[in-house]
Ligand binder design. Sequence first.
Ligand SMILES: C[S@@+](CC[C@H](N)C(=O)[O-])C[C@H]1O[C@@H](n2cnc3c(N)ncnc32)[C@H](O)[C@@H]1O
Length: 144
Amino acid sequence: MGLYLLGLTDLLLTVIFPVMPALKRNLKVSKPILRKTLKHSVLYWNNPQQIAALNPPFDFAVATDFVYIRESVPSLVSAMETLVYDNGVVLLGYRLRSPEAHELFWELCERVFHVEKVPHEHLHPDYAYEETDVYLLGKKNKKQ
Ligand SMILES: C[S@@+](CC[C@H](N)C(=O)[O-])C[C@H]1O[C@@H](n2cnc3c(N)ncnc32)[C@H](O)[C@@H]1O
């Protein structure tokens, strides 16, 4: 929603099914500020039908605080690859939550993406946290 207020107006928000009621509540509370209800959808990274139904690819995929279950990591990285154009960007707000998931996530990411860490001094001082990093990922193998 913050990205929408910054001008990224063609947005689709995704969450897993149990989180959808909370997202809907947030959208409702935010409607007076946003002046619209943003598009939203249930998405599980391991569900190719749900991914296809979003009609990818997109210019950007943005994910924050989402790497904590090792078993989910392969489908997550695969979904990230499918969701953006070959010249698209995956923007991550990342903090270490599970060492096992962390290790596999970056191993798989390095295979698929060029990984660029945004220097902390480039982050807004009001929103930057010591323990949170921001990464920009671009695809290595460009097919489209
Ligand atoms: C800790 S919350 C972070 C929420 C939000 N990105 C934030 O930073 O406040 C983790 C989010 O990852 C998403 N997630 C977790 N496992 C997922 C999966 N297997 N497939 C798709 N999304 C998943 C859920 O929708 C959940 O809201």
